[in-house]
Design a protein around this ligand. Sequence first.
Ligand SMILES: [Zn+2]
Length: 251
Amino acid sequence: MLITCLNCGHSFKGKYCPECGQSASVQKLTARALLSDTVHFFTHIEKGFLFTSRNFFIRPGVSSVQYIAGKRKIYQPPVSFFLIWTGLYFLQHNAIINYFGYQLPTKLIANGDIEEQSMLLFREHFTLFILPVIFLSALIIYYMLAKPRYNFMELISLCLFGTGIYFMMSAITDFVLGLVFRVNILADNVFLWQTVLSSAYNFWFSYDVFKRSHLRFFWLRLVSVSLLVAACGWVTMFYLPIVWIYLTRTS
Ligand SMILES: [Zn+2]
């Protein structure tokens, strides 16, 4: 018996439409269907968002190699992966701050100097400043570890996965410290901890991806990359906001 695909109208035999991939049996959108969809999302992590989160966290190397080589369907694509974790992080972050009334420690100092102002600006517009850091990190890793095996856009994709995991770790930190232990998540120590965490993860990610590339001076390259990425993160964090302040101040 031929089935007409409810998604694209193609007639076919089998369990899945060969044109668009939709399943032949589509459930009516009942409460039960939504519930089973929700349960499925959290329990079947053989593919999709949670699978991608788990695998890029515990084995970034294999996941990266697989994704670049073309094993794509089991992974969440990099841009949406990055956007979902960034979104979840900020939703929860702002909710916790508003609920407990946490404040930036430096905000208590009126008319702080330019360095303090830039720090505030950076932490208030975090996502804007994270994009140039992603770009520069990809550039550094590309020239020091990846070229010519991988191209630059493949590196950008990997950096988006990595940054997604960074926001995932920050979200977990916020949840545990802010919600469970009731610590002010805007405190400098928490920020420092997240910086250390991101450096450690960045090192682990680069190691796990490129250990199979048989590069000469691998450890030297790896350590240099980590230091350069950290340095470029710090420079972007401190100087870009200062440039911003100078450019906007004259008006
Ligand atoms: Zn179809």
